[in-house]
Design a protein. Sequence first.
Length: 545
Amino acid sequence: MSEKPENIDFDAYIRGERPKNFKTASGIELKEFYTQDDVTDRREIPGTYPFTRGIHRDMYRGRFWTRRQQTGYGTPEESNKRMKAVLSAGQTGLNIDVDVVVKLGLDPDHPLVEGDIGLVGTSISTLEDMEKLFDGIPLDRVSTTLIVSPPASCVLMAMYVLLARKRGIPENGLIGTVMNDSFNQLVGPTREAEFPLFPLEGNIKIGIDVMEYCIKNIPRWTILNVNAYNMRETCLRAPEEAAFAMCIAKEYIRKLLDRGFHIDEFASKIAFFTDIGMDFLEEIAKIRAMRRIWAKMLKEEFKAEKERSMWFKTAIQTSGLALTAQQPLNNIVRATIQTLAAVLAGAQSIHTTSYDEAYALPTEEAQKLSIRIQQIIAYETNITKVVDPLGGSYVIEWLTDKFEEEIRKLMIEIEEQGGFIECFKRGWIDERIARGRHEYARRIEEKEEFIVGLNIFEDKEEKLPISISKVYSTEMQKERIDYVKNYKKNRDTSSVKMALDRLYTEAKEGSNIFVSVVNAIENRATLGEICETLRKAYDFELKIG
């Protein structure tokens, strides 16, 4: 007599399967179905105010989104090879991340950071490093995003400008983005928040200095990329992600207005970096609502007159939080679904998170697969031939309205408390994040939210079916330390001191420091030396231990 196979519940086949509940990931209750009575008949045309259906009339019929996979690890030379590999595979824009050492404003020879050199981004300390990183890559033909926050964003942007000058490229020919968001890694218990890095007000002021220089000198450059993605990945709900991002942008807008700029001089140079999670309908509605809110806010509150100022431009990355170490090949499916949602939402550029990133930085093979996912959607599905394909769907339109309502409520709550910066200083933001993390963990543990392979359909006998990228190398890290030490030895120290003294004085006086940072780099100052000079100017001591 044959035995019943283990772990098979035949009765479940008879009962059938159904959703655990009827709420979105953010807790919005969904009805059984929606009709025309549930939505407002706006009859909007894509490319027209308030741009709910997209910022361009023809969207992807005119041009696909930019495929912009994030790269950067190890030495500048190693990162350069990976950048060229993904470009060869069909990537259409660069997205460069730097290591924690750069983000902390330190050099590789600092005693605190040896174990972190080149691990989660590329190691950059000098103009020579920037030259090696972009070797063979035309700065005026490839759009590049520099993922770095102040004060290091000022240094890397200055290096980029100097590299362009050395190549004879005028600054008005440069195309790209510097993230330049002071809250890039300052929200939630990230390492930068835990580590006393730099005074917040100085951090923000330096970011504004970069924006001011770019507005005046680099007309095709995006001066700010508000990092909603990293906030969302701390387990915030989608409405919180959107509201926090909008309120951060408002803080920067006010500070630029205080410097004498008109809103239409810079609003079109502000962009967002947003998240797409697994709740397909909710994420699409979120992006549509953010476009509408941004347009109305710029027009009604800040009195923008140019339509381009009202365009909500977003780079979207599929969620890393949604990836599982269990059954990692399932992540290919997750990333594909999320990428499809990003396209249907109307993204300007997309990073499809690689399936192996639940373990480590992606392998070259995994990154190519992520590019192929985007290419298949672009070239094989035909969804690019219609603008806003889900526009008019009763549930999408209802959810868009609902998201607008929820986001605006949160924005009002933040503004009534003095704005995002004040909420951050008071710890209100961290409280929301902590609450979100506990709630997210609870939903998974109590199976209110199912994750295949993690808390449902587990495979106890699973063997890891993938290769993991191994970038840790004591040899590479020693090489970087030795390089920086030798660089500092073989230069005119008097000219370095003069340049850093000038930078210190201008920072003390409250002047725009960007040109002085350029001068310091020209005189062979390193990133760490420049950031340390700025710390001293702000009477801020880097605490170790």
